[in-house]
Design a protein around this ligand. Structure first.
Ligand SMILES: Cc1cc2nc3c(=O)[nH]c(=O)nc-3n(C[C@H](O)[C@H](O)[C@H](O)COP(=O)(O)OP(=O)(O)OC[C@H]3O[C@@H](n4cnc5c(N)ncnc54)[C@H](O)[C@@H]3O)c2cc1C
Ligand code: SF4
Ligand code: SF4
Ligand code: SF4
Length: 344
């Protein structure tokens, strides 16, 4: 690969960050063997002399991205022309059975149900997820969850950015040997590039990867401070849940329901999201999304690993499923959003 021995400045800084294409995934920060990079303001920054080892450009999802190569590595084949949302084995609607999960989750709670099932059955020691900042309510931050309660605390969606790979680094530091990983498509792309090298330290502990569907994420200042706090006059501490289904719906802790225009909020989309081509986490073991549904998670099982995990949870009664109706809006929306993200 041409980036073999390039340094950070001439690769990522010039071609990705200064070009406004950085997703903010933090993969470069995580893998630098010389700890040259720091992560602040959702951007990596050089804090000491780069040793030009060439590692960081090799994990960046926005630098020399080769979908065919990564797909070959994950699935052993490339998608066919008809597989518009990527390779899959089974597509199904799923939901958690546990009422506490159903209460806390975003859609059907499939993600939290799989994580708690894997933790309780000792398939994994911890789950790399995203939680809520203690100081800035509804700001997403990377977290490591090791118990049912911790998974539950992190359930639901924050539409700001969370560099979950930083929690993976923390898990490795804590010497965790079996992990589940949850992230947005940009995280999964970076993770798959880490697998391609492979950087075994990060790859070996990961038992399965759940990718969330994602149209975009927003700046905290724009979405929470400008739209929710200033426009709707809701203090961020009061947000109970936020969901996007064509419009931004906010539920407050006192039971109010408020709506924001998604179209207007789009001015707060993070710059790096405009360069993103993956809607449905096309490289995950299992992908999960809402796609306009209520109370169910639209689920795409893509790999054998994903299928084994899902089947085990289903067999144990931790989740229930219902077939996809291919005439339904959600099925069409998945195709539409996948094409749209690819600029088609
Ligand atoms: C930024 C963002 C944008 C999304 N956009 C869409 C969309 O356009 N269309 C669509 O169909 N679905 C979208 N989703 C996915 C959707 O909101 C749900 O996460 C998904 O349907 C799973 O629901 P669940 O009830 O099974 O998950 P839950 O059981 O509620 O678990 C959700 C998991 O998401 C993690 N999480 C929460 N916020 C973040 C974050 N900011 N970054 C990374 N991980 C996070 C939590 O750690 C938790 O483990 C988006 C998710 C995110 C994070
Ligand atoms: S030393 Fe660090 S910053 Fe420099 S190229 Fe290697 S990984 Fe990148
Ligand atoms: S996209 Fe990720 S890996 Fe690439 S420069 Fe940005 S933070 Fe680093
Ligand atoms: S659109 Fe979603 S997946 Fe793409 S860069 Fe933004 S947060 Fe990441």
């Amino acid at each position: 690969m041409s980036s073999e021995k390039l340094g950070f400045e001439e690769s990522l800084n010039e071609k990705v960050i200064n070009a406004g294409r950085c997703a903010g995934c933090a993969a470069c920060v995580v893998v630098c063997p010389f700890l040259c990079l720091e992560y602040s303001g959702e951007t990596p920054r050089l804090v000491k002399d780069c040793q030009s080892c060439g590692i960081c450009p090799r994990v960046c999802p926005r630098y020399e991205w080769d979908l065919q190569k990564v797909e070959e590595q994950v699935f052993g084949r490339n998608r066919s022309q008809t597989e518009e949302f990527g390779v899959s084995r089974r597509v199904v609607l799923a939901k958690a059975v546990n009422n506490k999960i159903l209460e806390a989750c975003q859609d059907g709670g499939l993600v939290s149900a799989l994580l708690t099932f894997a933790l309780e059955n000792k398939i994994v020691e911890a789950a790399v997820v995203s939680g809520i900042d203690q100081e800035k309510p509804f700001r997403a931050v990377p977290k490591l969850a090791t118990t049912f309660e911790e998974v539950l605390k992190c359930s639901g969606t924050r539409y700001t950015y969370s560099a979950n790979l930083l929690a993976l680094k923390e898990a490795i530091k804590q010497k965790k040997t079996s992990l589940a990983f949850v992230g947005t498509p940009c995280h999964i792309q970076a993770l798959r590039k880490i697998e391609l090298i492979p950087l075994k330290k990060y790859v070996t502990p990961i038992k399965f990867v759940i990718g969330l569907m994602c149209t975009e994420s927003f700046t905290y200042k724009g979405l929470i401070e400008t739209e929710v706090k200033n426009k709707l006059k809701i203090s961020p501490e009061q947000i109970k849940k936020m969901n996007i289904k064509g419009k931004i719906m906010i539920q407050t802790k006192s039971g109010e329901e408020k709506v924001l225009s998604l179209k207007e909020a789009k001015i707060h989309t993070r710059q790096g999201c405009h360069h993103c081509q993956d809607f449905s986490s096309e490289l995950a073991d299992i992908s999960a999304g809402g796609l306009g549904l209520t109370g169910w998670t639209f689920t795409i099982i893509r790999t054998q690993k994903g299928e084994e995990m899902f089947q085990a949870a289903e067999k144990a009664g931790a989740i229930k499923t219902k077939p996809i109706d291919m005439d339904a809006k959600s099925w069409k929306l998945l195709h539409l959003l996948s094409r749209k993200k690819r600029g088609l």
